[in-house]
Write a protein that binds this ligand. Structure first.
Ligand SMILES: Nc1ncnc2c1ncn2[C@@H]1O[C@H](COP(=O)(O)OP(=O)(O)OP(=O)(O)O)[C@@H](O)[C@H]1O
Ligand SMILES: [Mg+2]
Length: 154
């Protein structure tokens, strides 16, 4: 079976107080197409950091310091940024474990949908709105339409 994802000798380091501190060292695994892979480890072991490294969403000060990630044979770390952007959010998605810190509390859910769908290529505002409402309905959120008129911000 072909591997959809191959992580090879992955190292992630953080710059802390002027020193480079390793967070992940020499991690390798393969994920065959159509299979599910779970990472198990104690809190702080670096499971989320592996996902962030693959999705190229490392926090500020963190960087891949060795190795790489191949997605369908293409090197995610070294590919051109435009090629990577074309994959992220389409072929590769990162779902953060804590929605309270992953979402921006200053933006409405609608605004955050709109921004993502714009990046994903939904050109018209009408199309983005329809897709956002369809996705909210698909996960059975009741009453996804925003209230009219919207309450004043204060
Ligand atoms: N945004 C951040 N800034 C600084 N350090 C971070 C950040 N996120 C994670 N860390 C640190 O990186 C290390 C790995 O964290 P990570 O979140 O990957 O752990 P985890 O295995 O996913 O843990 P959990 O099971 O609690 O989700 C930990 O030492 C953590 O404190
Ligand atoms: Mg985690």
């Amino acid at each position: 079976m072909t591997d959809i994802l191959s992580v090879r000798d992955l190292g992630v380091s953080a710059m802390i107080g002027g020193a480079l501190v390793p967070v992940i060292r020499g991690l390798s695994f393969d994920l065959p197409a159509g299979r599910i892979l779970g990472l198990v480890g104690e809190s702080g072991a670096g499971k989320s950091m592996v996902g962030r490294a693959i999705a190229q969403l490392l926090p500020p000060g963190f960087a891949i310091s060795s190795g790489g990630c191949l997605f369908e044979g293409a090197d995610l770390v070294r590919m051109a940024p435009e090629a990577r952007r074309a994959l992220l959010g389409r072929a590769i998605a990162f779902i953060p474990q804590s929605p309270q810190t992953a979402l921006d509390p200053l933006l409405t859910v609608g605004q955050q949908f709109d921004e993502q769908l714009r990046h994903a290529g939904a050109a018209s505002r009408k199309e983005r709105r329809e897709r956002a409402l369809a996705m909210l309905a698909a996960v059975h959120l009741s009453d996804p339409e925003p209230p009219h008129p919207r309450p004043a911000a204060f």
